[in-house]
Design a protein around this ligand. Sequence first.
Ligand code: 0X9
Ligand code: ZN
Length: 311
Amino acid sequence: MSRSGSRKFDHFYRFNEIRYFLKKQVKRHPKLITLESVGKSFENRDLWLVKISNSGFDGSKPVIFIEAGTHAREWIPVMTTISLINELTENANQYPEMFDVDWMILPVLNPDGYEYSHTKDRMWRKSRSVNNGSTCRGTDTNRNFAYKWEVPSVASDDPCISTFRGPHPESDPEVKVLSNLLLQNRDIIKLYLSMHAFGGSILYGPGYKTGIHYENEEELEELGFRVAAAIMNVNPNEAYQVANSAEYLYPAAGASDDFAMGAAGIPYAYTIEIGTEDSFEVPPSKISQLSREIFAGYREFAIAIGEMFSY
Ligand code: 0X9
Ligand code: ZN
């Protein structure tokens, strides 16, 4: 990852700064990047969708979809995604292989929670939706998707718990917007990445329950290993684990990765837990290094998906 033409990402951006950055990239590189608001959060913030393509996003290439900013306190996935957008636009000609695919990126799925974690409660995880009959707010956005939502798991039905799954599937507007987007683009999206922190792992599904397997589990694992190796090439100390999420972490139903594969039929999906240090509070001085490492992972994903799905 080159340093030329790249910004210094020396602090965690607030939501407004992210919007400003995205708009600026569209002004600077209108042929490469588009930006649209695909819906609103509970508190009426825009859900920004970035599309990056060097062929006008004409449907001729497989698409990689990246979702970040789902869990409010997980700031590093948001910044590494912003850094990816910066690199793909400012230094596009250095990475022709990354343009064998088109990119759809939703950098902040849960802007209300993200802002709340900056202003009120650093460890906030959920959205900020109001729960009827309770004074506790928010739903765990990654427990609210309409696929196997009802299956018993670590998801909670108590609105005061940080893994509250919501009163019903897609009760949060953010989840509804993303679900629709995935269903509408199910034919072109070949890889879905849900970016989280922390733990240094590349996790595939099914994640809602242990003991079940996707038909292409071997391919999911192999591609995961390839990406882990690419990251390690940049930093030999970053040993990302590749595993089934239900087995490696815990069974968690209603997550976006399971929806992407199980409901939308996208052939590859992962949840990536960034960073092998055990804290959400990554020092800002680490943003650039972690972005470089994850970028190598994205590059490897793009090469593999380009190879597998070129039409
Ligand atoms: O629990 C989660 O939502 C994710 N981990 S985190 O620590 N960032 O909260 C893991 C989700 C893995 N995917 C599924 N279980 N489907
Ligand atoms: Zn998370």
